[in-house]
Design a binder for this molecule. Structure first.
Ligand code: MRU
Length: 363
C-alpha cells in the first residue's frame, strides 16, 4: 500500500490505477482534515479498506470491490480456466465477507464472477480484458444512475427548501453526484438554492466529516446538527423534506441504511415531512422479502466509547451495542427514488415492476 497527500478530492474517489495493477481511493477516514489517496493491491489491503471504511457508501464499495477483484485476478498465476475461476471465487468470497449489509458489494462481485462463468474454458489471459471492461462498466453505470436519481430527486423539491439528511450519500459514497445529495448538487449547478441540515451521524460521524465537507466544498448552504437535534429543526418548520441513501432495500420497501435513519423517518412522519430514500437499483434485493431478513453489521464497541474523543468519554470496559445500520419500515417511506423513476406504495408491487422493467418512468 502506498499513500499520497493532495489538496482537494477528485470526482473519481475510487478508480483503477493507470497500470491497472491497483485500486486508488481517497481514504475517507482521514477526511476532512487530510485528503490522502491510497493505492491498494493485495487482498488484505482491499479487505481492510472496506472493513475500516476507508472506502464506504454502498455503491462505492461495490465499485471498489469489482476493481479489487480485477486487480487480484491479474495476480492469479495460471493458464487453466478452472483454477482461475476457483481462485477468483475465493477472493470474491473473502471480499464479500468484509461488510454484510450493503448488497452492492455482493452484487458487483457477483457480476464479475458471472462474467467468468459465462465464458467457460476461456483462457485467463483472454478473460482479463473482459473483467477490466466489466468493472469499468459498473462504475460508468453508477455515474449515470446517480445522475438520473438526482434528476428525479430534484423534481420532488422546491427551490429554497430545507433538507435534512443522515450519514453520507454524496459523491464520496458513489462515483459522482451521489444519491441523497445528488439532487442538491444538481440543483446547485442550476442555481437552485437549498438549505441542508446534516446530521452528524454518530458514532463514525459520516455526516460531520463527509456530508458537511462535500456540501461546503460544493457551495451548498449546510448546517451541521447533532443527531438528537433533528426533531427541533423539524418542529421549527425548517425542514421540507428528508433525503437519505440506502444500503439494501427489501422487496417490501423496508430500507436498511445508516443507524439513526429510522429515527429520522419516525420524526418526519410525526411532523408531516416527506421522507425520501434514494438509491440505484443495485441496492435492491429482490431475494430479501422484508427488513427482518437483512443482516445488520455489528461493529467494535470502541467506535462508541473512544473514537473521535481526545480521551475516552465512557468508563473503561463499559458494554456498548454498536449496530452500523437500522431498518426503516416501508410504512414510513414516502417514496423511493431510483434511476428508473419515483416509486410510491404499494412497494411490493411497484418495486417488483421496477426491477423487472428496463424502461424509465419520467418524473
Ligand atoms: O457505514 P457506511 O458509512 O458505509 O454507511 C453508508 C450509508 O449508510 C449510506 O447512507 C448508504 O451506503 C448509501 S450511500 C449512497
Amino acid at each position: 500500500m502506498t499513500g499520497k497527500t493532495q489538496e482537494l478530492p477528485s470526482a473519481d474517489n475510487v478508480r483503477l490505477s493507470k497500470e491497472g495493477d491497483s485500486v486508488v481511493i481517497i481514504d475517507q477516514t482521514k477526511l476532512p482534515g487530510k485528503v490522502e489517496t491510497l493505492s491498494l493491491q493485495t487482498e488484505g489491503e482491499l479487505f481492510e479498506a472496506i472493513r475500516e471504511l476507508r472506502v464506504r457508501g454502498a455503491p462505492a464499495i461495490g465499485i471498489f470491490a469489482a476493481y479489487g477483484l480485477y486487480v487480484l485476478a491479474r495476480q492469479i498465476e495460471t493458464d487453466d480456466y478452472e483454477v482461475f475461476l476457483a481462485t477468483l471465487r475465493e477472493h470474491s468470497r473473502h471480499l464479500r465477507s468484509s461488510r454484510p449489509t450493503a448488497v452492492n458489494l455482493s452484487w458487483a462481485l457477483g457480476r464479475m464472477e458471472e462474467l467468468v462463468l459465462s465464458h467457460p474454458g476461456l483462457s485467463p489471459a483472454a478473460m482479463l480484458p473482459l473483467l477490466e471492461k466489466e468493472c469499468r462498466a459498473i462504475q460508468q453505470e453508477d455515474i449515470s444512475m446517480c445522475r438520473s436519481i438526482s434528476e428525479y430527486g430534484l423534481s420532488l423539491l422546491q427551490p429554497g427548501d430545507g433538507i435534512l439528511t443522515h450519514c453520507n450519500a454524496g459523491p464520496l459514497a458513489t462515483s459522482c453526484y451521489g444519491t441523497a445529495l445528488g439532487p442538491l448538487f444538481l440543483g446547485a449547478e442550476r442555481g437552485l438554492p437549498f438549505h441542508v441540515f446534516a446530521d452528524e451521524t454518530r458514532p463514525l460521524l459520516q455526516g460531520a466529516r463527509l456530508t458537511a465537507y462535500e456540501l461546503q466544498n460544493g457551495g451548498i448552504d449546510v448546517t451541521l446538527i447533532c443527531d438528537n437535534m433533528a426533531a427541533t429543526v423539524m418542529k421549527k418548520g425548517w425542514v421540507q423534506a428528508c433525503l437519505v441513501g440506502c444500503d439494501r432495500v427489501a422487496a417490501n420497501g423496508d430500507v436498511a441504511n445508516k443507524i439513526g435513519t429510522s429515527g429520522v423517518a419516525i420524526l418526519a412522519k410525526h411532523y408531516g415531512i416527506p421522507f425520501y430514500v434514494l438509491g440505484p437499483s443495485s441496492t435492491f434485493d429482490a431475494n430479501c422479502p422484508s427488513g427482518q431478513e437483512i443482516e445488520i453489521e455489528l461493529r467494535a464497541p470502541e467506535e462508541i466509547s473512544k473514537n473521535y474523543y481526545a480521551r475516552p468519554m465512557a468508563p473503561e470496559n463499559v458494554k456498548c451495542y454498536n449496530p452500523a445500520f437500522d431498518v426503516t419500515d416501508h410504512t414510513l417511506v414516502t417514496a423511493i427514488v431510483t434511476e428508473k423513476g419515483i416509486y410510491r406504495p404499494p412497494y411490493t408491487q411497484n418495486l417488483a415492476a421496477m426491477l423487472g422493467d428496463t424502461t424509465k418512468q419520467e418524473p
